[in-house]
Structures are given as structure tokens and as C-alpha cells.
Write a protein that binds this ligand. Structure first.
Ligand SMILES: [Zn+2]
Length: 349
């Protein structure tokens, strides 16, 4: 038998001994999994095999949120929790907290805490999500719809945890108010009001409209424990570019950004950046643009979490009726930004 035939058999058998040996991507869903993943069996012709998560990601696949293939072997805790998730997925009667904790050799309280940290949901809510998913699969919905439900928050992103193991700013550091992280900041005046800009070593992490003189205070409240430093020359130049972009709207500036969110939020924010200057779209259209037409509400809440005003142009999203709806920095400002974009002539090329 050839290698791929063996691998396919391992996938069909959900062979846990092959975890870490290879992973497989499912072309119809764009997701890659461990051999043991309990997700619905894919068709052979839709499956590609990879040796490493890097290869799968390079080919355009995202890590499955059930089997967390990108975290395999990352820590014994993750493996314990993965096992618990498998039990919750596979057993007819999902085990209760006590038996899950016992299997992991942890106290129920500790188990609950670790589970929540890694999965993003309590075991009880995870079990509810599994039930819901079974129900939906019973309705024979497409995988993309089922995945939309996962992405809409029933099973939260594994990304937050992945970031922790990859280096960079960990979710914990975020929770701690970016403790010890160096954030440079610049205040600037635009035609539409004062802005505050924050940047880490990776790029711009915050652009917000503020009342005069309140920028530093706002930055401090967003990153209470960060090591705030005044702008250097690079950031000063970037701040000027952002002010120019507000005053004389132009297509993307290609500034280095340090965007931080869940996988779902980042997909929404990326889609925002793809809306052309001077155009508006509805929440529903944006949900469709990211391939999840049923997720308009989740899209709206991801937009509300955007902390890069104008640079990630969330002001270009309006109600289906064309009404403006809300804006984090005030509806008047949203109107002003849109008016300015409509009246600004595109530079001749
Ligand atoms: Zn999976």
C-alpha cells in the first residue's frame, strides 16, 4: 500500500497513534485536522495530506477548532484537554465535569479552569455546542455552515492559545494589560478630530479618535500595564500618513499593523480592508464576503471590536437599509468620514 492509502486508512479509523505524524486538509472546508479528529468524515477526493502544519497553512488551510492540530504536542495540558474534547464529541452521553477531571487527573475546579483557558468555553458550554452541532449535522447542512457556527463563537478560536506558544504577545499579557510590552504612541490632529496612535514592535496596534488631550489616558486604559514610550521617527511618519489618510482619503497606505483578534475577527477586519474607498457594504454583505452569510451578527460584534479607526475602515459598513447604524467613535464622525471619501477625487494615476 502506498503512503497516502495508509494515511487515509488512519483518518477513517481516527487513529490517535498517527497524531503528530501527519495532518490532512479538507479542500471543501479549508480546514486541516489531526488523523484522530472526530469531525465528520470527508470524502477521499477532497483530502490532501501534509507533514507539517506549516505546509497545510501555506496551502491555505486553517487549523480545526475541534482537534487543534496546530497545538499538537505543545504541552501535556493541551493534549489532556484535546482528549476531553474528543470524549465530549464521541461519546453518546457526554461525560460530566467530574469524570472528565478524573480522566485528566485534575481536580474539577482546576480542570474547568484549564479547559476554559485552552478551548475558550467551559466544558458544559462545549458539550452544548457539540449537541447543537450534532443537531445541525442531522439537518444535513453544508460543512461551511457548520463551520460558520463554530466561527460565530460556539467553539471559540484556538488562535489565542496558539499565539501564546508562538511567541509575540500572549493573551495573558493582553489580559494583564500588555504588561511589560513596549508601546510607542503619538497624538495627532486630523481635520475630523484628535487621534491617538499606538504601535508595538510589530506595527500599529491602535488608532482611535479621542477628545483633545485625552489620548494618553485612553491608551493607558487600553493597555494599563504596557511600557508607554513617546513616538520615534518611524511612528511620527506613520502618524502623519494616518492623518493624511483621514484628511484626504486614499486607498490603503500599507502601514505595518499589529492586528490582534480571534481568527474570526481577523477575517472580518481583513474583509473591511478590502472594501474600496468611497463604497459602503451592509453587515450581511460582509458576512457573505467572508463566506459566512449567516454570521451577520457575529460580524457586527467583530466590527465593534476594531481598534484601528480608518486604517481598518469599519466606517464603511452600514445597515442593509443604508442607514448608518453605530460607530465606535460616534455616528457623526462616521458620516463625516463617508462624506469626505465620496467627495475626495481619486488621484490621477
Ligand atoms: Zn479536526
Amino acid at each position: 500500500m502506498n503512503k497516502n492509502a495508509d494515511r487515509w486508512k488512519a483518518v477513517c479509523d481516527r487513529d490517535t497513534s498517527q497524531n503528530g505524524v501527519f495532518i490532512y486538509g479538507v479542500k471543501t472546508t479549508g480546514i486541516y485536522c489531526l488523523p484522530s479528529c472526530s469531525s465528520r468524515q470527508a470524502k477521499r477526493e477532497n483530502v490532501d495530506f501534509y507533514e507539517t502544519t506549516k505546509q497545510a497553512e501555506k496551502a491555505g488551510f486553517r487549523a480545526c477548532k475541534r482537534c487543534l492540530p496546530d497545538q499538537f504536542g505543545a504541552s501535556p495540558q493541551v493534549d489532556l484537554i484535546r482528549k476531553a474534547c474528543e470524549d465530549l464529541q464521541n461519546l453518546e452521553t457526554p461525560p460530566d465535569l467530574d469524570s472528565l477531571a478524573k480522566a485528566a487527573d485534575l481536580s474539577p475546579a482546576h480542570f474547568q479552569k484549564v479547559f476554559k483557558k485552552i478551548v475558550g468555553l467551559s466544558p458544559k458550554r462545549y458539550a452544548m455546542a457539540v449537541r447543537k452541532q450534532r443537531f445541525l449535522q442531522g439537518l444535513n447542512l453544508s460543512d461551511s455552515v457548520t463551520n460558520a457556527i463554530y466561527d460565530a463563537g460556539y467553539v471559540s478560536s484556538s488562535r489565542a492559545y496558539a499565539d501564546m506558544t508562538r511567541g509575540g504577545v500572549s493573551p495573558k499579557s493582553r489580559q494583564n494589560g500588555a504588561k511589560g510590552e513596549g508601546i510607542r504612541f503619538a497624538s495627532a490632529h486630523s481635520d475630523l478630530g484628535d487621534i491617538i496612535i499606538g504601535a508595538t514592535a510589530r506595527g500599529i496596534c491602535l488608532v482611535e479618535f479621542v477628545q483633545k488631550g485625552e489620548g494618553e489616558e485612553l491608551l493607558r486604559s487600553r493597555f494599563p500595564l504596557a511600557d508607554l514610550k513617546p513616538a520615534d521617527a518611524d511612528l511620527a511618519v506613520q502618524a502623519a500618513q494616518i492623518v493624511a489618510q483621514i484628511n484626504h482619503p486614499t486607498e490603503g497606505q500599507n502601514l505595518p499593523l499589529d492586528i490582534r483578534g480571534t481568527v474570526f475577527q481577523e477575517r472580518v477586519w481583513q474583509a473591511l480592508r478590502d472594501i474600496p474607498l468611497g463604497k459602503t457594504v451592509s453587515y450581511g454583505e460582509l458576512a457573505t464576503a467572508i463566506g459566512q452569510p449567516t454570521a451577520a451578527r457575529a460580524v457586527a460584534s467583530a466590527i465593534a471590536k476594531n481598534s484601528l479607526a480608518v486604517v481598518v475602515p469599519c466606517h464603511r459598513v452600514v445597515r442593509g437599509s443604508g442607514e448608518l447604524s453605530g460607530y465606535k467613535w460616534g455616528v457623526d464622525l462616521k458620516q463625516a468620514l463617508l462624506d469626505l471619501e465620496k467627495t475626495t477625487k481619486k488621484p490621477a494615476t
